[in-house]
Design a protein around this ligand. Structure first.
Ligand code: ADP
Length: 469
């Protein structure tokens, strides 16, 4: 069983927050209404009490019947403490509960001061009691108690509390439902991602996630799919590379063995034939060296072991040296090798040897993948950068293949790769070296028209000007 941890954590946090908000707002509403009702009720009772005191102080014979009638009408109970110590009750009760009359209050009333307090009867009902002195002439030994029941208010407040509890419970259940749905929606794609990454860890890189949302989780899903795709591509190209590399190594070694054996056993008829075999041995050993160099360079780059010897360098010299080295190859294929090197191109900071290797890789590719036409090396400068390009009129690269061209072991023409003799490592070495020297590589290509690789080196602030021509 999967424990829905995120859902649980999120749900618990939201529920706690919800309970705090509901309880505190419920309490606030309850306090607000209680205070409001109480204050209103106290004001009313005070007002009524004042009327009863006036009636009692009139000292009229009809004052008792007036108080009785008024008490019936106003729904309060009136207790009159006469100066003779008798207690008259209005509208009239047989056995009134007189527990609210306390000796200390009576003393206070006799001294001419009023009292007001809340009281509870033996059934727990709330009452509001007001006591006021009654002055009849100079006599202050008479007082009136007004007792007002708070039952109605308490009933209303109870109804309000029930309502608040009910709506709070409703909101709580609604939130609970929402949280359950939300956590399911949230955790489902995460669980799918977990399953997918587990599969990837076991080497299954073909599966993909079905990404529907466009939020952060959706973006994570896309990233995992991209990761799976690039791992898959990496594995495929590496597999192809290993099968190719074993063949690449075996072919020259077989040639070397075969022709060396023929020469060793003296099985050659003429000097011409001997020279021809020696030339094949030489070519194959060069090819082998090229492959080993590429592998060695790449493994060093990958391990971060390469240290560049950075100095102010003149790109023109490097270009001329590299072009000189590939001239023969171009002539063999009857390609014209052209140079367009602008004057006053600034020196750049770079490693001469690495830059030459970059140029050789680009030039060798240009010659390798061009059957007729020309290869042009151009060096120019703009306000911002020094720009070096190698263009050819060769087979070109399709738009779909361009994004992968700099990946290790990647070859466009997989079936014809051997025929062309490449290793799939040249361009990844080019890109790494150029970036290590602070430059960027751009590629423009069109099938059947040709390819241009452009290296851009942004001018450094303290740029030395080279006046070479
Ligand atoms: P390789 O040693 O196979 O040439 P690279 O890394 O140098 O390896 O190049 C990768 C692939 O890019 C090559 O297999 C080739 O198909 C393609 N490519 C490179 N340069 C060119 C070019 N100038 N014209 C056409 N295709 C090219």
């Amino acid at each position: 069983m999967t424990i829905n941890r995120i859902g649980l954590k999120l749900g618990a946090a939201v529920l706690v927050l919800m309970i705090v908000v509901l309880v505190s707002s419920g309490l606030a509403v309850d306090r607000l209404f209680t205070n409001f009702y109480d204050a209103q009720m106290k004001d009313n009772t005070q007002e009524v009490a004042a009327h009863f005191v006036t009636m009692a102080e009139s000292n009229d014979t009809s004052s008792q019947s007036m108080i009785r009638a008024f008490a019936k009408f106003s729904s309060v109970r009136v207790f009159w403490l006469t100066d003779e110590g008798k207690i008259l009750t209005f509208p009239g009760e047989k056995q009134p509960d007189l527990s609210f009359i306390r000796a200390r209050d009576t003393e206070r009333l006799h001294s001419g001061r009023s009292i007001a307090f809340q009281n509870y009867d033996r059934h727990g009902n709330r009452f509001y009691v007001i006591g006021k002195p009654v002055r009849i002439g100079k006599n202050t030994r008479s007082a009136i108690y007004i007792v007002s029941s708070m039952k109605k208010i308490d009933d209303s407040l109870q109804r309000l509390r029930n309502l608040l509890m009910l709506s709070g419970l409703g909101a709580f259940l609604l939130a609970l439902g929402m949280i359950l749905i939300m956590s399911k929606l949230l955790s489902r794609p995460l669980l799918q991602m977990q399953q997918m990454t587990n599969k990837m860890a076991k080497g299954n890189w073909e599966t993909r996630l079905q990404v529907r949302s466009r939020d952060e989780i959706g973006m994570l899903g896309h990233s995992i799919n991209d990761l799976a795709a690039s791992l898959q591509r990496y594995r495929d190209t590496r597999r192809a590379f290993f099968s190719n590399i074993s063949h690449e190594l075996r072919t020259p070694v077989t040639y070397l063995q075969g022709y060396a054996k023929v020469l060793k056993d003296g099985l050659v008829d003429s000097d011409k034939e001997k020279k021809q075999y020696l030339s094949i041995i030489y070519q194959e050993s060069i090819r082998l060296e090229h492959l080993i160099n590429d592998l060695f360079a790449l493994s060093k780059i990958e391990e971060g072991q390469i240290k560049l010897n950075m100095e102010w360098m003149d790109l023109k010299t490097t270009i001329k040296t590299a072009v000189q080295k590939v001239k023969l190859k171009a002539e063999e294929k009857r390609l014209s090798l052209q140079l367009d090197l602008h004057d006053h191109v600034p020196l750049i900071r770079g490693d001469h040897k690495r830059m030459e290797q970059v140029l050789l890789n680009l030039l060798e590719n240009a010659i390798r993948y061009t059957e007729k036409g020309s290869v042009l090396v151009r060096l120019t400068t703009t306000k911002e950068a020094t720009v070096l390009s190698v263009s050819d009129t060769g087979i070109g690269i399709s738009e779909e293949e361009l994004p992968y061209i700099f990946e290790r072991f990647y070859r466009v023409e997989k079936s014809r790769a051997r025929e062309y003799g490449g290793t799939g490592l040249g361009l990844s070495i080019v890109k790494k070296f150029v970036e290590m020297q602070g430059g960027t590589v751009r590629i423009d290509s069109q099938i059947g028209v040709g390819t241009t690789f452009t290296l851009i080196f942004t001018h450094e602030k303290k740029q030395k000007r080279g006046g070479m021509s």
